[in-house]
Every structure is written in structure tokens, then in C-alpha cells.
Design a protein around this ligand. Sequence first.
Ligand code: GDP
Ligand code: MN
Length: 384
Amino acid sequence: MKLHEYQAKHIFSRFDIPVPKGKIANTAAEARQIASELGGNVIIKAQVLVGGRGLAGGIRLAKNPNEAGTLAATILGMEIKGLPVHRVLVDEAASIKEELYLGITIDRIEQCPIFMASSTGGVNIEEVAQTAPQKIVKVLINPLLGLRDYQARELAAGIDLPRDQWKIFTQIATSLWNIFTSNDATLVEINPLVLTKDKTLLALDGKITIDDNALPLHPDLAEMRDLDAEVPEEIEARKYGLTYIKMDGSIGCMVNGAGLAMATMDIIKLHYGEPANFLDIGGGANADRVSAAMRIILQDPSVKSILINIFGGITRCDEVARGILSAINDIKPSLPIIIRLAGTNANEGMKLLADKNLTTADTLVEAAKKAVMAAHGDQDGDPG
Ligand code: GDP
Ligand code: MN
């Protein structure tokens, strides 16, 4: 889950990272009022959960409260990369001398958190990483030790930060680390972290991404969720306790268990098919859940066949089969459905499905082959 800039900046300031003075506005009139409180010289910033707002015209400088009102009205009427702007942040304008980058994320290859800093902040950091990787300084963090002061100095030296800024830089980096760990973040980023003309460091933009799996531990953060930027099917799936992730292929997958769902996708790809989604219906898949899962899969117009792969442990295959039948009865899907059941009560389950004009398979490989054939237009899904 991503936080908005203004939410990230609230958290920054709670952890003593310097941010510009500012407030959030829902209307142009509010923006004008805030601008006059801040002395008139402000920057108006669209609060949408995408990067590159500046280039899209969603970030504008105003010289006085009236101009702030006019610009806010324009920005509040905009859509940026398909997302409507509901709020703008009105911040005191900063006098920028240099734009830097400072961020933490998880390095999956090194399997630990990684701190990154760059003297070329402000711009798209992914682009810097590709075109001029030497301009990004990286320091791996031992999660049990946390960020050590010498590592913060290594970052400061690596981006040629003036010596008189090292102390405050170390404080900012330490706070960023504390934000990262105490909120179960997967990303915290200040871009740009600016050195102002009066020689202070200031976080002008903030991005925080929270690990969804940790949200139950952080009800205050969970409340901040903005669904505008999320895939509608994923929101719907969450309501039913399903884990659904949309992908680009044509074979809809319904599987119990995350590991089996991954294996199912692998086997589909091995047989030259492309999964349309990851979907874990969890244990105890009852009729309601199976129906919800099927509806969600079918909302994706690129789905051409559905592969249902269930391993019965505590979950009984006959119960899942009843769920499938009731879902099919409700939804009456016109696509080929291929089902493989294994484990507890698999035979009973298969019997229930046998004369219902569904394609069944004994092994996952057979099921995958049939699903791939069916997605390519062979309606009965028979590879032979
Ligand atoms: P993003 O484009 O969505 O990442 O939005 P940012 O908040 O990073 O802003 C983009 C750019 O706007 C920054 O890199 C700065 O160059 C500029 N900017 C942001 N705030 C200010 C400000 O207070 N004063 C000035 N002069 N420029 C700003
Ligand atoms: Mn930015």
C-alpha cells in the first residue's frame, strides 16, 4: 500500500525529518487561504499515487494567494495518468540549491535492506540507475544492527555532501531507517532531498510503501489507504479474503495455497501459456469464496480459459467441487474450465463434476496442457 506525499511528510516530521511548512487543501479556496497563511510564495502539488507529477503539470509554483487559488483549481480538475486529483498539498516554496536522492528498500538478491543515495535527485531515479548507475551510492544494512553512523557518512561522502551537512544528514538517514522498520515499509524515499540556498536539508517529496501483510499491525496506516490507484479486482478480492494479483496472460487461475498457485503458474508457462492472474483462494474454500473468485477472474476480458487446481488437505475436494458447481450455476461462464482435484476426497469431488460438461484432469501437467489448448481456441480443451 502506497501513502500519499502529504501522509509521508506527516510521518517524516514526526520523526524529525525537516519538511516544508504546508497543509492539504480539498478546494481552491482552501488552497488560497493556506497560501496566505504561508506568506504567498507556495508550491501546489497534486496528491495522486503516481510519480512524475511535475512533468504532468501537477506541481506548480505560485507567487501569491490568488495565483495559488487559480493553480489549485486547475490542478484539482486534472487527471494524472488516469487518476483524478482530489487534494492538493500547499507547501511553502523552497529555494533549491541542489536536489539529492535518499531512499531505502529491500534488495531481494542480497536479501537485506539497502540504502541508496544520489547527488542527482529530483529526476526519475530508475532512469539514473539505468543510464548512470555510478551516480547511485548503495549501502547494505544488517537488519539486526540497523544503520550505523559510519554507513550514513559513507552515503554522505559518496554524494559529495558538504561536510557541514553530514551531521544533519546522518540524523535524517537514521530517522528514515526508523520509519522503514517501525512501519513495516518496503520503500521509503525522499526525492528530492534538497540542499537549500540557506544551507539546510529539506525533504521536498516523500514516498512510503507499506507491506500489505503488515497492515493489521498498523490500523492507523491502514486507514490511510487510497483505493483510487489500485486494481478494482484486487480490492474486490480482498473483501472475500482472497489474494488476487492481476497479470497479462489469458489463463485464469484458481488455486488453494500461495505455493501451489505459484507452481501452477510455472507449469502453465512451461507449456507455453500465460497466466492471467495469481489467485489464492486460501484454505476451506467454500461455495461463496469459489463464486467470488470465479466472478473476479471473469471480470478480466483477456481470460480465455480457467484452470482450477485444488489440493485437498483439510480442505475437502468434494466441498470445493460443490462450490465450483454452485459458482458455475450462478455465473454460467461460457469459457472452458479445466479442473484438477487431488488429495482429500478427490474421487468424490471428481464424481460430482464428471457429468457436468467440465474438463477434468488427473495431473497438473495434463490440466495445464488442456488449459493452454483451450485458451488457444480448442473449445473442448482436449490436447489430443
Ligand atoms: P514528482 O515529480 O511527482 O516526483 O514530484 P516532486 O515533489 O519530486 O517535485 C518535482 C520537482 O518539482 C522537484 O524535483 C523540484 O525540482 C520541483 N519542486 C518541488 N517543490 C519545490 C519547491 O518548493 N520549490 C521549487 N523551486 N521547486 C520545487
Ligand atoms: Mn519526487
